[in-house]
Design a protein around this ligand. Structure first.
Ligand code: BTN
Length: 258
């Protein structure tokens, strides 16, 4: 089935009623055709939607935009991928009057609540570096559609704007923003990072970061050329390459925004 939209860079767009995960479908398609051209995959429902760090991503039928695209890494820094995708989502929504902001590394927030997330994976079928970039945007949920542990932390465009959002329309618009951001990240990576920083309103604020090496508290001061978050801990600067960040610590100590 097709939504009548063009995939990323004019690649085929495949829409499914139900899949395990659009990232997994995009990967299986690549394994079958490692020479490309890659594909954009969307679904009404994911029964095994994946978030970062092996968490589940709630992907109820018709409630959101569940989208994955595959493309060759092609000179883009792998550490910039999730940032660029989050920025494309935030910019696309801002153009539609939604005050979206990015939160390192891969979240899009509206009024302090998580609206969208990005799951980027690099795989090597046929010896080439392919990216599978999955984007989940909560569109039409109301509070009770989320599990209780996410109440107050997750939001949808309907909850923020009071109206229904069309996944087809948003997918088409988002893909065009993503193309522009990926081009920028390849040609002018420093500029892309500066733009990303401009979409993040939390510079200088105290954050709590949960990393594979433990937790730390400090002030978020920058992202470096590798896309790492630079945190001033008071006793030195630390550059984080992965982890979960909560803002406003100690008032709001939440280790996981999902
Ligand atoms: C996160 O914030 O933890 C990342 C969430 C990514 C969710 C999207 S929905 C489309 C694609 N398919 C998946 O299984 N996950 C991503």
């Amino acid at each position: 089935m097709s939504w009548g939209i063009e995939g990323l860079y004019g690649q085929p767009h495949l829409h499914f009623a139900a899949v395990d995960s659009t990232n997994e479908v995009a990967k299986r398609l690549l394994m079958r055709a490692p020479e490309g051209p890659g594909a954009t995959v969307t679904a009404d429902y994911q029964w095994a939607g994946r978030g970062r760090g092996s968490r589940r991503w709630h992907s109820a039928r018709g409630m959101g935009l569940w989208l994955s695209c595959s493309f060759l890494l092609g000179g883009c820094h792998p550490g910039h991928l999730a940032l660029v995708a989050g920025a494309a989502v935030a910019e696309c929504l801002r153009r539609r009057g939604v005050p979206a902001a990015v939160k390192w590394p891969n979240d899009v927030l509206v009024n302090g609540k998580k609206l969208a997330g990005v799951l980027g994976e690099v795989i090597r079928p046929g010896g080439k570096q392919w990216v599978v970039l999955g984007i989940g945007v909560n569109l039409n949920q109301v509070r009770d559609d989320f599990p209780a542990e996410l109440w107050g932390r997750a939001t949808s465009l309907k909850m923020e704007t009071g109206r229904w959002w069309d996944p087809h329309q948003l997918a088409g618009q988002l893909l065009r923003h993503l193309e522009q951001w990926l081009l920028r990240a390849r040609r002018e990576p420093g500029e892309a990072l500066r733009w990303w920083k401009g979409l993040c309103p939390w510079w200088g604020q105290t954050i709590r970061a949960h990393t594979p090496l433990g937790a730390l508290t400090g002030r978020a001061v920058d992202v470096d050329a590798e896309g790492r978050l630079v945190v001033d801990t008071g006793s030195g600067m630390v550059a984080l390459s992965s982890g979960e960040v909560s803002i406003g610590y100690p008032c709001d100590e939440v280790g996981d925004w999902r």
